[in-house]
Structure formats: C-alpha cells, structure tokens
Design a protein around this ligand. Sequence first.
Ligand SMILES: CC(C)(COP(=O)(O)OP(=O)(O)OC[C@H]1O[C@@H](n2cnc3c(N)ncnc32)[C@H](O)[C@@H]1OP(=O)(O)O)[C@@H](O)C(=O)NCCC(=O)NCCSC(=O)CCS(=O)O
Ligand SMILES: Cc1cc2nc3c(=O)[nH]c(=O)nc-3n(C[C@H](O)[C@H](O)[C@H](O)COP(=O)(O)OP(=O)(O)OC[C@H]3O[C@@H](n4cnc5c(N)ncnc54)[C@H](O)[C@@H]3O)c2cc1C
Length: 404
Amino acid sequence: MVDLTQSEDAIRRTARHLAETVFAGRAAEIDREERYPWENVEALRDAGLTGMTIPIALGGRGASLLAAVAAVTEIARHCAVSARIVVETNMGALGAILAYGTDAQKRLAADLVLAGDKPAICITEPGAGSAATQMATTARRVAGGYVLDGAKHWITGGGVSRLHLIFARVIEGGRDRGIGAFIALRGAEGLGIGRREPTMGLRGIPETEILLDGLFVADDMVLIPEGDPARGFAKLMTAYNAQRVGAAAVALGIAQGAFGLARDYLREREQFGRPLAEFQGLQWILADMSVALAAAEALVWRAARSAPAGGFPDMTYAAQAKILAAETAVKVTNDALQLHGAAGYSRARPLERMVRDARMFTIGGGTAQVLRTQVASAELGLKLPQTRAARGDAPATPLPVSER
Ligand SMILES: CC(C)(COP(=O)(O)OP(=O)(O)OC[C@H]1O[C@@H](n2cnc3c(N)ncnc32)[C@H](O)[C@@H]1OP(=O)(O)O)[C@@H](O)C(=O)NCCC(=O)NCCSC(=O)CCS(=O)O
Ligand SMILES: Cc1cc2nc3c(=O)[nH]c(=O)nc-3n(C[C@H](O)[C@H](O)[C@H](O)COP(=O)(O)OP(=O)(O)OC[C@H]3O[C@@H](n4cnc5c(N)ncnc54)[C@H](O)[C@@H]3O)c2cc1C
C-alpha cells in the first residue's frame, strides 16, 4: 500500500466505507437497469468525493490526484460506474478548465460539479477515434464567439451531463488554426443528444452521440490554452493525462475486487473433499493475479504521484499505468470468473459484470496500442507520426487475391 498523507488516507477510507456499505449493494441493479445512479452521485457529493480536486477557494477540498485515485480504486472494487463518476468529477474536462480557464469558467465548472454534475469530455468522432487530431468538428469564428458544427460519439454522460467540453478545429479567416475546446451546457440550442450506444459493460452511464448543429459558443466560454490553437491540443491532452490515470485506477479497482472474491471462493468452495485453495494449479493462478495486480498498482501510484499540486501527471507514466492496469483488469477478472466455475458465469454474482466492465479500459481514453506508440516515442526520443502524409509513405497496395 502506498504512503498517503493523513488527509489522503481519510479520503480513501471514506470512499472504502461508502463503497462497501452502500454502492456494493446497488451495483447489480444499476447494471441491470442501465440507469445513471443519481442516488450514488448524491452520496458521493455528500461525502465530498465529487469535486475533491477543486481548489478550496472554489469550494472544493484541494485534494491531490493521488487522493482522488485512491478513492476511485476503492469505489471501483464494488461499483465501476460510480468510480468513473468520481474520475470525471475530479479529472478530465474539469481539470482542463481549472488549469486553463478564466475565473468565470472555473467558477462555473466548480459550481456545477459541486452541485452533482459529471462533466462530459467530447473528443471522439466517428471518423476520428485514435486519430483524434483528425477531428472534423469545426468552430468557425463569428462576431462574439464561435459556431460549432460536427458530431461526436461515445461521449460518456451524454444526456445526463450538463457541462460539455467540446474539442473542435478552430477556423479563423477561412483557415484551420489548430484545436481548441469550447464549453457548452446541455439544453443549448444546437447541442443535440443523439443515439445511445448499447454497451457491453459500465451500463449505468450512457455513451451517446453529441450532435453539434450551429452551436454558438460566446468568447467567454472558449478554452484555448494560452490563446493559441496551434498548441491547444497538446495542452488539453496534458490535462487529459490525469483522466488516463483515473481510468487506470478504475481498472485496477475492478481487478482488485475480482481478486478478493476469487481468493475467498478458493477458501470456501470444496471439491474432491478439499477446499479449492489446496490445489496447486489454482494457487498458481491466484499468485499470478496477485503479482500482476501489485505491478499495476505500482504504476498507477507512480503516475498519480508524478502530478505536482494542481498540475498533471507525466504523460508516459500515465500511458504506462493505463496500459498495464487495463490489460491486468481484463486478465484478472477473467481468471477470477474461471476460479468460480459456473458460479462465476452466473449473473447472480458480480464476476460476469466485472469482466464486462473491465473490458472498456484497453479502448476508451486512448487504446492500449496507441498508448504503446506514445510510450515507444518517449523511450526512443522519436516522433512517431501515424499518418502516411507525415511519414512520407506511399499507400500500401494489397496484391490481388489471385497473386497472394
Ligand atoms: C495524440 C494522438 C491523437 C495522435 O495524434 P497525432 O499523431 O496527430 O499527434 P501527436 O503529434 O502525437 O500529438 C500532437 C501534439 O500533442 C501532444 N500530445 C499528444 N498526446 C499528449 C498527451 N497525452 N499529453 C501531452 N501532450 C500530448 C504531442 O506531444 C504533440 O505535441 P508536440 O507537437 O510534439 O509539441 C493519439 O496518440 C492519441 O492520443 N489518441 C487517443 C485519443 C484519446 O485519448 N481520446 C480520448 C477521448 S476521451 C475518452 O475516451 C474518455 C474515456 S474515459 O472514461 O476516461
Ligand atoms: C466506454 C467508452 C467510453 C468512452 N468515453 C469517451 C468520452 O467520454 N469522450 C470521448 O471523446 N471519447 C470517448 N470514448 C471513445 C474512445 O476514446 C475511443 O473509442 C478510442 O480513442 C479509440 O477510438 P476508436 O474506438 O474509434 O478506435 P479506432 O481508432 O478505430 O481503433 C481501432 C483499432 O485499431 C487500433 N489502432 C488505431 N490506430 C492505430 C495505430 N496508429 N497503431 C496501432 N493500432 C492502431 C486501435 O488500438 C484499435 O484496436 C469512449 C469509448 C468507450 C469504449
């Protein structure tokens, strides 16, 4: 277990208590009914866990990223949906606004989050997932602000979030100046909530399209770090690294929860007149799960610790943590289910939900493959552009089937 300050540990213990006594009992129903857990949001807010990273001057607790990550991990052991809400009410869009926003923008974001809103971060588009810099949504300069047109999809919280931070290409004087972010509230004219995705896991939070049809964003709601769209994407992604650590913490917590259930089951369940715990084949599966979890935990803590007060974690540490925690969660939840036999496959237990919930984290927030490219780029000190144009490559021309 990582060393936490007294106040960080108090936050962790509060989160653990809430998760064990309240959220654990609700998780299956939230998953089954695919409904946003407003009652959990209220409990999180009352416990000071939403908006804990907001500075004290804005009504928050000024908590560290490490404290938030510790809380997220505890909650994810029992309810991954609630843990993701803690991530997005402490990192993501909120973090970017607190870092780069005007005083009025910071106040707006802080007030909304402290009142129970989970902001939505709107980056991904049908034609721009991993290739986020190829987004087609435009923000065209007009008198007094910008007009946004385009479509986002897979936006977590679509339809329940009030605050939206929308990434778009800044078009000024008919020219593409780079990428900036734009703040808009649900209900604004031109901000439509589109189709909801029927997801595999994490079913308590809607993933929807966000349709932008002539959405006007006034100058005072524009978030272009340092006023320079050419550097806007890099700065906004610097803030986004905190959310990657948050996602890694959710994955880690889910896996820790599954591990605990598997360990208990091996002790309780008997076959051949002996507890399963006595079979070496199963002991070694459990040992490998334990080793993988310890490694993932170390990377998650290291990434969280790398964030200076009020700042963001190291990009490479964040990517490494998310890759390992996400892939460990997929493996460990599956192994935990296997150790339960048919009981693990039943919807009467949480294992099958944990397998489904864990599956997202090698995809959302930057896939495990794209993040490996970032890690390789940092380790090699090489820019690794992925487009043909930037690499100067000719298109690959597949041989006709008859010549293969
Ligand atoms: C960054 C990518 C989109 C690749 O695109 P490019 O090859 O066009 O861009 P790069 O040259 O790599 O980057 C441009 C510029 O930005 C800097 N950058 C990029 N990533 C980061 C980062 N994480 N931290 C800091 N700076 C960053 C980069 O260094 C360049 O700056 P310089 O010009 O060198 O100074 C692609 O790699 C990528 O990240 N794709 C994933 C997109 C993604 O993560 N989407 C998340 C959507 S939100 C979500 O999924 C929520 C899920 S959840 O609930 O958490
Ligand atoms: C549950 C969930 C919640 C999400 N929430 C949000 C949100 O709130 N806001 C938001 O903006 N987005 C969100 N996303 C979208 C997420 O960020 C994207 O799914 C992710 O960035 C990958 O994009 P894609 O799905 O289009 O996959 P693609 O980019 O199409 O990738 C398909 C496959 O190709 C691989 N691949 C692509 N390019 C390369 C490459 N250059 N090298 C090697 N492999 C490559 C990928 O790793 C993947 O395996 C969410 C996604 C999920 C699943």
